[in-house]
Design a protein around this ligand. Structure first.
Ligand code: FAD
Length: 361
């Protein structure tokens, strides 16, 4: 749009929880949106990845959506536990962007970022932005992860990922193999097993957490992931550090007998899956609830990943948001900050550290 500075101080890539938090703090520090900093978001409407979540994920079935800085979510959503997260959160983000006049540019997808001397060249489909600092907040939704198993291409049924799920009714009359031991796997297993037959497979036996998940446990879980990214290792899944909460829904699934977990199959056949001992299950759908990776492909020219096969990025800074090899880049919503509360804190730390290192405020 006219009036947008193509040469700017900071580009924020992504307008979800992490990007909006960073933008809020840049603006609080006195930077003018669309002039001294620009937020580019690939989605066509506010809401980050929340606008794409499945309809049955309501405010009562999400873990917890933390307030963005400066305007509580509860102001807009008190008592609305039955409301779909994909409706309530985008509505909140839209109001938030308006209140703080953040002037997000969308839909604008960043395709590549490279170095041009002391600036970053941020390429979009219709031109370039040039910035001195970068806050990347692109989340994980665009990078669904499906592990490779022999025979996958032979399968005549459907391979689906968590991100494709809309409603359990779509599977009526089909046999669904559900893969994964995370919160989403459990939630979808619970819903789909109400309408049809299921087989649940996981690599490791799921670890249920019977006790409450208090602040201390939360901090300990975040610290584990933070240690990993500071050492340049890829962040691991949230569930691997927190365990699965035993919700009333889990109790109900136990009672119905659907929480019968099988070990991982070793092969996919034309019409199902096969285990090492030769046993088989026929399947119409394999639903991979196997999580997401960080959506960072557009940063490939910057060569941030280490040379080893694990391909992590060495992170530093107060909350481990700063890329050690290129301090003018911050990754927010990555690793230890991949939660709504973490994204908030990361946005604040990244904004203040980047402003200081660019000597802007
Ligand atoms: P996102 O919300 O994914 O926002 C990223 C934005 O970047 C999107 O708008 C996207 O369009 C944009 N983008 C991506 N690539 C580009 C590009 N190349 N150029 C421009 N823009 C781009 N966390 C909690 O704290 N509580 C919960 O209850 C909870 N429930 C969850 C349920 C599910 C099913 C999932 C998958 C995650 C859940 N999380 C939850 C984790 C939570 O979603 C994240 O921590 C947080 O919302 C992510 O915010 P974000 O800003 O990092 O990413």
């Amino acid at each position: 749009p006219p009036g947008v500075a193509l040469k700017t101080d900071i580009v924020v890539i992504g307008g979800g929880q992490a990007g909006l938090s960073a933008a809020y703090h840049l603006k609080q520090a006195g930077l003018e949106p669309r002039k001294e900093f620009v937020i580019l978001d690939a989605a066509s409407a506010p809401g980050g990845a929340w606008q794409f979540r499945w309809p049955s994920l309501t405010l009562s079935t999400v873990n917890r959506i933390h307030d963005l800085p400066g305007q509580p979510f509860s102001d807009m959503a008190s008592g609305e536990t039955h409301v779909q997260a994909r409706v309530a959160v985008p509505r909140y983000f839209a109001a938030y962007e308006h209140t703080f006049d953040l002037r997000v540019l969308r839909p604008v997808r960043v395709t590549l970022v490279s170095r041009r001397g002391d600036r970053f060249r941020v390429e979009i489909d219709r031109g370039d932005f040039f910035a001195r600092g970068l806050i990347n907040a692109t989340g994980t939704w665009d990078a669904p992860y499906i592990p490779v198993y022999p025979g996958a291409e032979r399968f005549q049924g459907q391979h689906l990922h968590t991100r494709d799920y809309r409603t359990a009714q779509a599977f009526a009359g089909q046999h669904v193999v559900i893969v994964g031991a995370g919160i989403s796997a459990l939630q979808l297993l619970g819903e789909i097993s109400m309408v049809t037959t299921t087989t649940w497979v996981t690599r490791q036996p799921p670890v249920f957490r019977e006790g409450p998940f208090d602040d201390q446990a939360g901090r300990a879980a975040v610290a584990l992931v933070e240690d990993r990214v500071r050492a340049g290792l890829p962040p691991q899944s949230v569930v691997s550090v927190t365990g699965l909460p035993v919700t009333p829904a889990v109790g109900e699934m136990r009672a119905r007998g659907v929480l019968r977990r099988h070990p991982m199959f070793t092969e996919i056949t034309g019409d199902g899956v096969r285990w090492a001992d030769g046993s088989e299950v026929r399947a119409d759908v394999i639903l991979w609830c196997t999580g997401f990776r960080s959506s960072l492909d557009h940063l490939a020219p910057l060569m941030l990943r280490g040379p080893d096969a694990e391909g992590g990025i060495v992170m530093t800074g107060r909350l481990a948001t700063q890329v050690a090899s290129d301090p003018q880049i911050h990754l927010v919503g990555y690793g230890p900050s991949a939660s709504t509360i973490g994204a908030n804190r990361a946005g604040r730390a990244a904004a203040s550290e980047l402003l200081a290192s660019l000597a802007l405020r």
